[in-house]
Design a protein around this ligand. Structure first.
Ligand code: BGC
Length: 498
């Protein structure tokens, strides 16, 4: 009786006050992982070495506890359990990535691994059998070491190598995969790895990021054109690059213009060429880098120009706008002689802009990810203003904890507060088509090793079988998905978990 009264009361209150917080019918919910972070089995059969294998083995001191992805979550062996978890959650899709050297041991299509092919076929078919859509990232940072040794993204040939790899992937899996993400977070790949001297390949700070930036955009575009020419007519899939969007607010109103410059440097530099009507580099970036390069004594701008053909090649190579969003920053100009922290997301060297956390923002285990939920909506408003009424797909959003804890209320409130803002964006008429929680399970969090945990499922890394256990947030997310609402009737607590 009490149960019935509660449900009736809940239903009427939510109806009367519009509290139902319902997601629109076509909106999809999912969760994500990436190959190096979960698969393990780094050297089974003919798998080639990727740049993370090399880096973690050669420079273990760069990683918390000297952790590496040699075994990770052993998803190479336990993929059936991963699918079962996705089904327990009621996910509509699961986003995972293909390891380039697992499929192409040399990085080039002269040799296709049967073992790699079988692994991804099993995963895709297993998901489809449970009614879960596979959404596949073609590249989530696993550059084959053989290609990295030739310069990786700094080598102009990379765009052909990447397009060749993409063609293999479309040929093998395109009949069943309808949403493709070409390259995950180019800014992290280029500005961090090729710029900060922290991670491989430790190229020149000034030149590396921009060489990578241009070649990577061409690589994405060539892969997109391959799909257009050879596959779209039979498979009717959709593609996007995955933009990493850090929402940038002015430190105070006097820095509004600087905040916009910062957005063009961090977002526009990877999105403008693809999504804007004009294509090419954002003009403020082009002018600023040319000016600073000259002052530094370079003969030409360190930002490599696009030819007219290249602008046309890249422009419009999208079917939707994929964005990963976790956090925000405040922007201000650097003080004269300020001792800035030269790192991605703390300083933009060419624009001399400092990025800071607002001291009122709290954060989870990762201090670099302060929580500012309206940032996700403000970011989407910016995308619409600059690139028009494009469909926006949130391909990552997540919260980190440290240590073992199954009662992760803070993660639940993070998810709820960010999704509240997504609903507001939808009410404003922004076409948000889906939300992806990062991550399905705890995994190898790059330099943070296994100590930083983003999972809906906790993974026991000391267990040889990598037991996965649902956290409270997994149950919350499952209820949210089945109700398609942020308000979950008390009687609808999920019990589908192992
Ligand atoms: C990356 C993931 C990473 C997550 C949390 C994203 O930027 O795509 O690979 O684990 O952030 O740091």
């Amino acid at each position: 009786m009490l149960w019935v009264t509660t449900v009736v009361l809940w239903a009427s209150v939510s109806h009367v006050y519009g509290y139902s917080k319902q997601f629109p019918p076509g909106f999809k919910f999912g969760a994500a992982t990436a190959a190096y972070q979960v698969e393990g089995a780094y050297n089974v059969s003919d798998k080639g070495e990727c740049k993370w294998d090399r880096l973690t083995h050669r420079y273990p001191e760069l990683f918390t506890n000297h952790d590496n992805g040699d075994n990770a979550c052993k998803s190479y062996y336990y993929w059936r359990r991963d699918i079962e978890m996705a089904a327990e959650l009621g996910l509509q899709f699961y986003r995972f990535s293909i390891s380039w050297p697992r499929l192409l041991p040399t990085g080039l299509p002269n040799e296709i691994s049967d073992d790699g092919k079988n692994y991804y076929n099993n995963l895709i078919d297993g998901l489809l059998e449970r009614g879960i859509e596979p959404i596949v990232s073609i590249y989530h940072w696993e550059m084959p070491q053989l290609l990295q040794d030739l310069g990786g993204w700094a080598n102009p040939k990379i765009s052909d190598w990447f397009a060749d790899y993409a063609r293999v992937v479309f040929t093998l899996f395109g009949d069943r995969v309808k949403i493709w993400l070409t390259i995950n977070e180019p800014i992290v790949e280029c500005d961090w790895y090729y710029g900060q001297g922290i991670l491989a390949p430790q190229l020149d700070y000034y030149v590396g990021p921009y060489m990578c930036n241009k070649n990577l955009l061409l690589s994405h575009a060539k892969a997109y054109r391959v799909y257009d020419r050879e596959f779209r007519h039979k498979y009717h899939g959709k593609l996007s690059i995955v933009n990493h969007l850090l929402w940038l607010k002015p430190y105070s109103s006097e820095y509004e213009e600087d905040a916009e410059i910062a957005r063009q440097f961090l977002t526009g530099r990877y999105a403008h060429a693809i999504y804007s009507k004009k294509g090419g580099w954002p003009s403020v970036v082009e002018k600023t880098v040319a000016k600073v390069s000259k002052e530094q004594g370079f003969r030409e701008s360190r930002l490599p120009p696009f030819t007219k053909e290249e602008i046309e090649l890249v422009r419009g190579t999208y079917d939707f706008f994929a964005m990963n969003h976790y956090t925000s920053r405040l922007v201000r100009t650097a003080e004269p002689d300020e001792d800035v922290v030269e790192s991605l997301f703390t300083y933009i060297p060419d624009a001399d802009l400092v990025l800071e956390n607002d001291p009122t923002w709290t954060y989870g285990y990762s201090e670099t990810m302060p929580i500012y939920p309206p940032g996700i909506r403000e970011q989407m408003e910016w995308v619409r203003k600059h690139y028009g009424d494009v469909d926006i797909f949130i391909t990552e959003n997540g919260y980190s904890t440290g240590g073992s804890n199954l009662d992760d209320d803070a993660r639940i409130s993070y998810i709820r507060s960010y999704l509240e803002e997504v609903l507001l964006a939808i009410q404003e008429g922004i076409n948000v088509i889906g939300y992806t929680y990062w991550s399905l399970m705890d995994n190898f969090e790059w330099t943070g090793g296994y100590g930083t945990k983003f999972g809906l499922y906790e993974v026991d890394f000391s267990d040889p079988h990598r037991k996965r256990t649902a956290r409270k947030s997994a149950r919350y997310y499952a209820d949210l998905i089945s109700n398609r609402s942020l308000y979950i009737p008390p009687a609808c607590q999920s019990n589908s978990f192992k």
